[in-house]
Design a protein around this ligand. Structure first.
Ligand code: GCU
Length: 719
């Protein structure tokens, strides 16, 4: 009776708590199931921590916060076993108890960041041990234990061995020093550079907690289109202040390096990477950074791409540029993540081929502490792209994956699009680089070509909006990125399930419905935006909404007509031997799969082929009819998403329910806008009717083409 009362009171209390999404998946609201509460409470009575450290302090604080919220416990900390029900945190070095348990065999394979969680007996008392080789492993293990409780898992005989498969798991913030965020749709940058280093926004700690909870261990805090000011002494002080916040959470700070910095802030006449004075400038600068941040992670560099300066300005190669920085970082254990996102309007070659052509020649020419950071697809974070041919194409070079978490091409933070299926599609693709089973994730985790330096980067979708990511469901994309960077073999379904349970509800029907909704959302979006392999047909510059008509711009490779190539005959980019032969950059098995019109999976059809409007599709429809069908199906499916969500009324909190409901209404409106614009525009080439049964677009093509959005958010800065 007493416990029922407590639970009712807890609920009344938590109902008064404003559910604004700030707490992400670390909500820690009371567990309502009385049996579960009892079961956990018996196992988790007190904490044994024999030594403190900044990271252990963080783990202790988090565990107390979580158990207090979830179970109403006031956990005490001791350094001895008193009775059954101890949670013992530590490493063999920090804890005599853990050392006495002879966990060597278990810990050996776990590395610096892995953890072991096991139910065992110490002096005849049942307890739960969370052990790692290093403090950060214990922190990760603590978050894992909390997650098990949040998702109602059984702890009785728990035995978990868990270690990350990828070494560098890094968020890339495209944040500018004036706090605007390039392709950011969740407000301004979290980093308040103006008030740093003296004012430490408490939010920095919550950012670090959220990242640590999913194993993210690096944060690049500045935009790839970088500003050299960040490397000046006043800014380095600010960077150091952030690094100090992140350190106990196992997160290293990284910066973007502007290649022309020696000229811009160093007063040098050149930034030529082979010039000895330039090299010594960088060496001094990097030494200076390490004086401020002793565990500085290194640099991400965007060079000779979209107008950014780089080694080619001096007729030097990407390897010359990357190695110069790598050499100066190496004594400090820093790394360079050199981006392969390079293409040039002046080069008369399919944009999809350019990065491969440049980097293929440089395979094996990079220093040991350089990774080449490659976007998942060869163009640019489209709703669907085939995997980038550089995966598997550079066997002698460590490659790190770059995914985009922010939804630049997927409806901003307005559309509900769960991205794990997009990430997985790439990770699970077979490159055939060393025969069947050469999956992209094996390139990324280093196992395919035997590289120890491994990484995954995600372009962050985080801003200073109260709920961090703009859309409550966009949080799941931050979450999925972290989980897949830890273990790229997890399934989208498993990740969605744990996220829903922690973020919305453990009720079976809610979990089931939301999972269905999330898992379907990406394909639905592809259908109403870019079905059948279409790509890069969005609005000019801001990339908001449809713009298949974009042409005659200063750069052909920034137009839409360059990519869809619609004409009287048909539509699509011929990338086979009869066209640009971008397909020739892949392994023969991949070429075989996509090369023939007959075999090519339809989701990539117009990526690889220019296809007649009358071509018969698997459905039996003509290509034109199928295209219309997909667009209409996509928009209609958003209606289904709305209906599914509406059923959640009363089952999830009112605040987030209404927010998502409103956002889905916008998503529907915009899906119809995409559909109408694209169907009307492509109809000017196909000259065929919209199939019977489909409603006619409400407005004319002229109307859709006339829409302007000069203030769309997240636009690229003009300096
Ligand atoms: C896209 C995006 C740019 C960004 C670039 C990059 O092109 O629109 O804003 O700078 O990617 O990845 O460097």
């Amino acid at each position: 009776m007493k416990s029922v009362l407590i639970i009712i009171l807890l609920f009344i209390f938590s109902a008064g708590h404003s559910e604004d999404g700030y707490r992400l998946w670390l909500r820690y609201d009371p567990i309502s199931d009385v049996t579960k509460r009892k079961e956990y409470a018996a196992l988790l009575k007190y904490l044994v921590l024999e030594q403190t450290s900044p990271t252990f302090n963080v783990a202790e604080k988090e565990l107390k916060l979580a158990l207090n919220g979830l179970l109403g416990l006031n956990l005490t900390t001791t350094n001895v076993i008193q009775e059954a029900g101890a949670i013992i945190l530590g490493t063999p070095a920090s804890s005599k108890i853990i050392a006495s348990l002879n966990l060597h065999d278990k810990l050996r394979s776990l590395g610096d960041e892995g953890f072991s969680i096991l139910a065992t007996s110490v002096k005849g008392k049942k307890c739960i041990v969370v052990a790692g080789n290093k403090d950060v492993g214990v922190l990760y293990g603590t978050f894992h234990l909390i997650k098990l409780i949040q998702t109602y898992q059984v702890l009785q005989n728990i035995y978990v061995q868990n270690t990350p498969r990828i070494k560098h798991r890094i968020l890339n913030h495209w944040d500018n020093l004036d706090r605007t965020v390039e392709r950011g749709y969740a407000g301004f940058s979290l980093w308040d550079w103006h008030k740093l280093p003296d004012y430490i926004d408490p939010r920095y700690y919550d950012y670090a907690r959220a990242n640590a909870s999913i194993g993210i261990n690096g944060s690049v805090v500045t935009n790839v289109n970088s500003n050299a000011q960040i490397l000046t002494e006043p800014y380095l002080q600010k960077v150091a202040a952030l690094a100090n916040v992140f350190r106990p959470y196992g997160i290293k700070i990284y910066l973007t390096a502007r290649f022309s910095a020696p000229r811009e802030i160093g007063g040098m006449p050149t930034a030529d990477p082979l010039d000895p004075n330039v090299r010594s400038w960088w060496k001094k600068k990097i030494d200076e950074i390490y004086q401020h941040v002793p565990d500085f992670g290194g640099f991400v560099v965007k060079a000779n791409s979209e107008g950014q300066p780089g080694p080619q300005n001096y007729k030097r190669s990407h390897a010359d540029g990357a190695n110069m920085l790598a050499e100066a970082l190496a004594p400090h254990n820093g790394i360079v993540m050199w981006r392969a996102f390079v293409y040039d309007n002046e080069v008369p070659e399919d944009r999809a081929k350019q990065a491969f052509n440049e980097f293929k020649l440089l395979d094996g020419k990079f220093n040991k502490n350089v990774m080449i950071q490659v976007k998942n697809g060869p163009i640019d974070f489209q709703p669907r792209e085939p995997f980038h041919p550089l995966f598997g194409g550079l066997p002698q070079t460590p490659i790190n994956m770059e995914f985009q978490i922010t939804q630049e091409y997927l409806g901003y933070a307005t559309h509900l699009v769960y991205l794990a299926p997009l990430f997985k599609e790439c990770l699970d693709a077979d490159t055939y680089a060393s025969g069947k089973g050469s999956y992209v994730y094996k390139v990324i985790d280093g196992s395919l070509h035997g590289h120890a330096l491994t990484g995954m980067a995600g372009v962050a979708n985080i801003g200073n909006d109260r709920n961090w990511c703009g859309h409550p469901f966009a949080q799941s994309n931050w979450y999925s990125f972290g989980r897949l960077a830890w273990n790229p073999t997890l399934t989208s379904e498993a990740i969605a399930e744990e996220w829903i349970r922690m973020t919305f509800s453990n009720e079976q029907d809610v979990v089931k419905s939301l999972k269905e909704l999330m898992l379907a959302s990406r394909e639905i979006t592809v259908n109403y935006m870019t079905p059948l392999g279409l790509h890069h047909i969005m609005g000019w510059d801001h990339h908001y909404g449809p713009g298949p008509w974009i042409k005659d711009k200063p750069r052909a490779d920034w137009t839409s007509v360059y990519y869809h190539k619609a004409d009287d005959f048909g539509i699509g980019f011929d990338r086979t031997k009869t066209g640009s032969n971008a397909l020739g950059q892949y392994a023969p098995e991949v070429q075989e799969k996509y090369g023939s019109l007959k075999n090519c999976p339809e989701e990539y059809l117009l990526w690889f082929h220019h296809v007649s409007w009358d071509h018969k599709m698997k459905s039996g429809r003509s290509l034109w009819d199928e295209l219309c069908h997909r667009y209409y199906q996509g928009a209609d499916s958003v209606k289904w998403m709305q209906d599914s969500w509406n059923k959640m009324e009363g089952k999830v909190d009112h605040e987030r329910f209404s927010q998502v409901k409103s956002l889905l209404a916008i998503q529907y409106k915009e899906a119809v806008w995409w559909r109408n614009s694209c169907v009307l525009y492509f109809q000017t080439f196909s000259k065929k009717d919209i199939p019977p049964g489909f409603e006619k677009p409400e407005k004319s093509l002229n109307y859709y083409e006339s829409l302007q959005f000069p203030f769309a958010p997240g636009i690229r800065p003009k300096w």
